[in-house]
Write a new protein. Structure first.
Length: 89
């Protein structure tokens, strides 16, 4: 398993567009990928709906965890997406 903790930085938090980008990016990898909140809730990163149900806001610290084929690459790609604020200003 490979994991990395990141902070959600975009102003609107994890709304529809970031959730869609996250799910699409996670879907490019064979690894199982999950997002874990500070209070222990988890979501399948390949499911936009599950990601949306977490209600993640700006400033939230989350952990991206992956296991399986391409786990490190998957986590790094998703962490980069978060660090880029999902392409938002």
């Amino acid at each position: 398993m490979f994991a990395q903790t990141v902070t959600i930085q975009n102003a609107q938090g994890f709304h529809v567009r970031p959730a869609q980008l996250f799910a699409e990016t996670a879907g490019q990898f064979g690894a199982e990928v999950h997002l874990k909140t500070g209070d222990g809730r988890t979501a399948d990163c390949k499911s936009m709906l599950e990601l949306m149900t977490l209600g993640i806001e700006k400033g939230a610290v989350v952990t991206i965890e992956a296991s399986g084929d391409g786990e490190k690459e998957a986590v790094e790609a998703l962490a980069q997406l978060v660090e880029s604020k999902f392409g938002e200003a």
